[in-house]
Design a binder for this molecule. Structure first.
Ligand code: NDP
Length: 418
């Protein structure tokens, strides 16, 4: 686009000036971008063509007892009711001991994909015989992780389909998610395969399907504790289990079931400074692990208990990427006060299960809208221009009306102002 040539080479203020020079924004709008850039030096260190820092609200989820310890969980999200839902789900579980978690050994996976492989079986065997040499190449590419007690753990070769082979490296990245160190190690392995084996390397990159980094959160709730609106707890527990079954058999429902889980997980992950796209990718790939996309959590009634379980890969780090450089991430870590990346994984899985419990409980009792509407009405009031002192007035009028939409909210605001 004209005027934006070599935009990435301009300074921050030059980039902002171009926006007015090219009539893309007014002076006032550019001033807004400037005001929102609280730490421009940090922003420029994080991304390219930096303009400003886009804000999302952060709130605190309460009532989380996980493996016997109570946690405060900061969550960053723009959607109303998510933090309330997580806190509500956690409060139900807290009454009977809280969440229990278990995890696999934390390891990540990267792959070097070979193409034009003529004899797949023979090549697989040959590369497997080179395991020690290839693992050493990986170590040499990032020796500091070995000093930290991590490094490559295993090499696995998978035949993908005709002509294609994946050489997978399983790596212990210790406290880091490890994308960058994995990619450096994989490129070294790829070089070795190219030079010593004359293999045709298509690409070398970590896999976000982190099946070696699984965590499970579970809980048990006496069905009697779920009684509501005159409905017996057992009936509600059975409906909840039925809702969980639907998410196992119907991908249309499973996607929404999992979106609800990820509402909480993404919010907790963003607050932790981790890469939430990586967590999303891992979760949805895992949800389709047997070939059909299914709900990530399951609920069943066992005697007088409702039992819930959520298993998913949670490849987060406590160091690396934005974690060490964004000051709020450090504040959030102090709030959560977990010990390490594994502790964070367990918190995140518990948040997902609490969120899921709250959503299913609402769905099989009052429906999802009742709880949503209060904050939704606040958003509606703000969207039509209500000022701080007008929001509550607009909301209280809206609450009494049979329907609420933008036109109605605008009308209510106009009436208040006249
Ligand atoms: P970094 O590149 O920041 O690496 C982690 C750093 O932490 C290392 O340099 C390591 O130092 C240091 N470190 C300090 N203490 C420890 C410890 N106890 N254990 C392990 N490392 C420690 O981050 P990652 O490699 O974790 O990569 C994450 C970033 O990569 C994210 O920002 C993500 O968005 C991005 N990314 C994601 C991709 C994907 O998901 N597909 C692809 C590419 C990038 P030392 O080197 O001295 O050992």
């Amino acid at each position: 686009m004209q005027g934006f040539e070599k935009y990435y080479r301009k300074t921050w203020s030059q980039r902002l000036d171009i926006l007015t020079q090219q009539n893309k924004l007014s002076e006032k709008q550019v001033e807004q971008l400037k005001q929102n850039a609280v730490t421009p030096v940090l922003g420029e260190a994080q991304i390219e063509n930096f303009l400003t820092q886009f804000q999302l609200p952060e709130g605190l989820a309460l009532n989380f007892v996980i493996d016997g310890k109570e946690y405060l969980i900061p969550m960053v999200i723009e959607e109303p009711s998510v933090i309330a839902g997580a806190s509500h789900g956690a409060a139900i579980v807290k009454k009977t001991g809280g969440f229990h978690t278990k995890s696999s050994r934390r390891a990540m996976r990267g792959q070097v994909v070979l193409e034009n492989v003529t004899d797949l079986v023979a090549t697989k065997k040959k590369i497997e015989e080179q395991e020690t040499e290839l693992m050493q190449a990986a170590v040499d590419a990032h020796p500091s992780i070995v000093k930290r007690g991590g490094g490559p753990l295993a090499l696995k070769v998978r035949i993908l389909e005709q002509g294609l082979l994946s050489v997978d490296l399983i790596i212990d990245t210790k406290e880091a998610m490890g994308a960058n160190m994995i990619n450096s190690m994989l490129e070294a392995v790829a070089d070795k395969l190219r030079t010593t084996g004359h293999h045709d390397v298509l690409m070398a990159i970590l896999s976000n399907y982190t099946t070696e980094c699984l965590v499970t959160a579970s809980c048990q709730i006496p069905v009697a504790n779920l009684a509501k609106n005159g409905l017996p707890g057992l009936k509600i527990a059975q409906k909840l289990a039925q809702a969980s079954r639907v998410a196992q058999v119907d991908p249309y429902r499973a996607a929404t079931h999992n979106k609800g889980i990820m509402n909480g997980i993404d919010a907790a992950v963003i607050a932790s400074g981790n890469d939430w796209r990586a967590i999303e990718a891992a979760a949805h790939a895992y949800a389709a692990r047997d070939g059909q996309y299914r709900g990530l959590s399951t609920w069943k009634v066992a005697g007088d208990q409702l039992e819930g379980e959520l298993s998913l890969p949670v490849p987060v780090g406590s160091v690396g990427g934005s974690i060490g450089i964004v000051p709020l991430v450090q504040v959030n870590s102090a709030l959560r006060s977990e010990k390490d990346a594994l502790g964070l994984e367990k918190i995140i899985a518990s948040v997902g299960l609490a969120q899921n419990l709250a959503a299913l409980y609402a769905l099989v009792t009052d429906g999802i809208q009742k709880g949503h509407m209060n904050l939704q009405m606040k958003s509606l009031a703000v969207s039509v221009g209500a000022k701080e002192d007008e929001i509550e007035q607009v909301v209280s009028v809206l609450q009494k009306l049979p329907q609420q939409d933008q036109a109605i909210a605008q009308h209510v605001l106009d009436e208040i102002r006249n």
